[in-house]
Ligand binder design. Structure first.
Ligand code: AMP
Length: 570
């Protein structure tokens, strides 16, 4: 298919904010995609591989500018200036393509296949001369793209497609295109998406228009799936209302989510953002092989750090460095040991367990996991209909340095990637939000050379809205009381800077942080309309994807609840 056709669909999609219209446009387009072009399913989400694949396009604005400059014969300084004025590098590409003289030969008309082929070569390039090679792959495309194609090609490259299409939009479009919008089939379709985490695969089965074909898709060990997400409970009483009685209560461990895959002798470990961390946790692989029975399985767990001497659990911040570590891994695992707390099973010996009720999944876990404290255990769990008993369990969790408890519906299935309300978290009423850093200000005096104040944003749809500034809670020296440091943040932010004005910088939204704050106020200062009072950064969250930061609705809800005045006990 010509890339132009896809670009026009992008354009149509971006022109409407109405979901039904988007589904209409997309479902018609899906019918036109032949099997040989099914990679387009990735392009529709701005990807080149399935959601679970770690290979990302990863082109910086700087490289995009150079490519535009080369392809359109415009001085790169001029491109940069234009970008500062227009604010969208895709638009700059569009404009400059429009003005350059047309030299395209008929044989050079770009196809979606050619685009994806070139883009897929980008993450493979390493070592000397990488930048030049990347540039020539991009300019090869850009010299033959039309203005509108250039716009979307550049946006795809920098990972900011802006067409307002989510996975669910694509799901409903598939339903409409191939199953006459039969809502009875939505379950089958969602199940296929959950199990494969690969829209191209789902599309290929769906286009046969036979629902039985979709049912053939199963989970695969080694292919990461999205973890089920939690909502908040206000109290045990509130949890009973939502989950029924009896319910399951478990410790909410203050660590990071770890999805464990094993088949034969091979183990893979993934975080909740589907990052492969197998190499970072050699001791965990050992525990899995020794203490869990089964030929193949996928388990859900939380890895939590503890102090070797005191055997006390530590907070997430302390062990977070293990996730990204590439060297001295054995040494670090000695220094910062983790205990794995298994709380769910998604797949066992060739069969999906997703659809089974938690009650049965938990039974299976108890059967196959042999607990070894401070190595690998099943999560602390009670089944109860008694408010007092659960409240005592909650107090015990807090005493054990954990965040609180999780309350779960015993009859519910496992729903990957969704916050469906079968799993609630109960934590002490301390205000906390996960937000993303979108800017900052260079420091002065003893903080010069560092970015020393940080702009925080929440999300609204695909946009990020500022909600406050923070300069406290950050350490000056490395490892100061386990705080995040200015140096650490500055290093992370530097490559993400997209604009500098005086001391102020704007950065690409990428760095997710946990913020604790006193309360929320309405505010005209920030574009979100809200401001946080006394915010402090309490942790970097490399494990959390951008899709999981707080959205405007959550903030409004927190504000209303704060007004009702906090539910407190324990
Ligand atoms: P939050 O990150 O505050 O939305 O809380 C949900 C997270 O708590 C999950 O993603 C897990 O990483 C973590 N967690 C800790 N203990 C448990 C547990 N027993 N069951 C489920 N999730 C848990």
């Amino acid at each position: 298919m010509r890339y132009e056709k896809l670009a026009k669909v992008y354009e149509e999609l971006s022109k409407t904010t109405k979901r039904l219209e988007k589904i209409d446009i997309l479902s018609k387009f899906l019918e036109d995609i032949g099997k040989e072009d099914s990679d387009i399913m990735y392009l529709l989400e701005g990807r080149i591989y399935p959601a679970y694949d770690e290979r990302k396009i990863g082109i910086s604005n700087q490289i995009a500018i150079k490519a535009i400059s080369k392809a359109t014969g415009t001085d790169s300084k001029k491109v940069l200036l234009k970008w500062k004025k227009v604010g969208d590098i895709g638009e700059v590409a569009k404009e400059l393509t429009q003005t350059k003289k047309q030299t395209t030969l008929a044989s050079n008309i770009p196809t979606t296949k050619k685009v994806i082929d070139n883009l897929r070569k980008l993450p493979e390039l390493v070592g000397k001369g990488t930048i030049d090679k990347k540039l020539s792959l991009i300019t090869e495309l850009l010299t033959s793209t039309s203005p509108i194609e250039s716009l979307y090609l550049i946006r795809t490259l920098i990972g900011d497609l802006r067409i307002g299409v989510q996975e669910s939009t694509i799901k409903y479009s598939i339903l409409k295109a191939f199953f006459k919008n039969n809502k009875d089939y939505e379950i089958n379709l969602q199940r296929a998406i959950d199990r494969s985490n690969d829209l191209k695969e789902v599309f290929e089965y769906a286009r046969t228009r036979k629902i039985e074909e979709l049912d053939k898709i199963n989970l695969e060990v080694g292919k990461p799936i999205k973890a089920m997400l939690a909502q908040k409970a206000k109290s045990v009483e509130d949890a009973f209302t939502h989950l029924g009685k009896p319910l399951a209560a478990e410790y909410k461990y203050d660590g990071f989510r770890l999805l464990i895959h094993k088949k034969g002798d091979k183990v893979h470990l993934f975080t909740r953002s589907l990052e492969n961390v197998t190499n970072q946790f050699p001791e965990v692989i050992d525990y899995i092989k020794k203490f869990i029975r089964g030929e193949s399985f996928i388990l859900d767990s939380e890895a939590v750090g503890y102090d070797k001497k005191t055997k006390k659990y530590t907070d997430f911040q302390k062990i977070s460095q293990r996730i990204k570590r590439k060297y001295d891994i054995e040494k670090l695992s000695e220094k910062l040991p983790v205990e794995v707390n298994v709380f769910d099973v998604l797949f066992y010996n060739g069969k999906s367990e997703l659809e089974k009720p938690l009650r049965e999944r938990r039974k299976l876990i108890d059967k196959i996991v042999k607990s070894h404290p401070y190595k690998l255990i099943t999560s602390k769990f009670i089944e109860s209909s008694d408010k007092k008993e659960i409240e005592n369990f909650y107090k015990m969790a807090l005493k054990d340095n954990q965040e609180g408890i999780m309350l779960k519906n015993l009859e519910a299935p496992y729903k990957p990637g969704r916050r469906v309300g079968n799993m609630l978290k109960l934590k002490p009423e301390e205000n906390e939000l996960d937000l993303v850093i979108t800017g900052g200000e260079w420091g002065t005096g003893k903080r010069s050379g560092w970015i020393s104040s940080f702009i925080l944003s929440c999300k609204k749809g695909n946009n990020y809205l500022e909600i406050g500034k923070v300069g406290t809670g950050i350490g000056e020296k490395e490892n100061e009381e386990n705080k995040v440091t200015f140096d650490e943040l500055t290093k992370l932010m530097n490559p993400l800077i997209t604009e500098e004005k005086g001391k102020n910088v704007t950065v690409k939204p990428k760095i997710v942080v946990t913020i604790h704050y006193q309360d929320i106020q309405k505010s005209p200062t920030y574009e979100s309309g809200w401001a946080l009072r006394f915010p402090r950064i309490t942790a970097l969250r490399p494990d959390k994807p951008l899709s999981e930061i707080a959205d405007l609705e959550e903030i409004e809800k927190d504000f209303l609840e704060q007004r009702k005045k906090n539910y407190k006990y324990g």
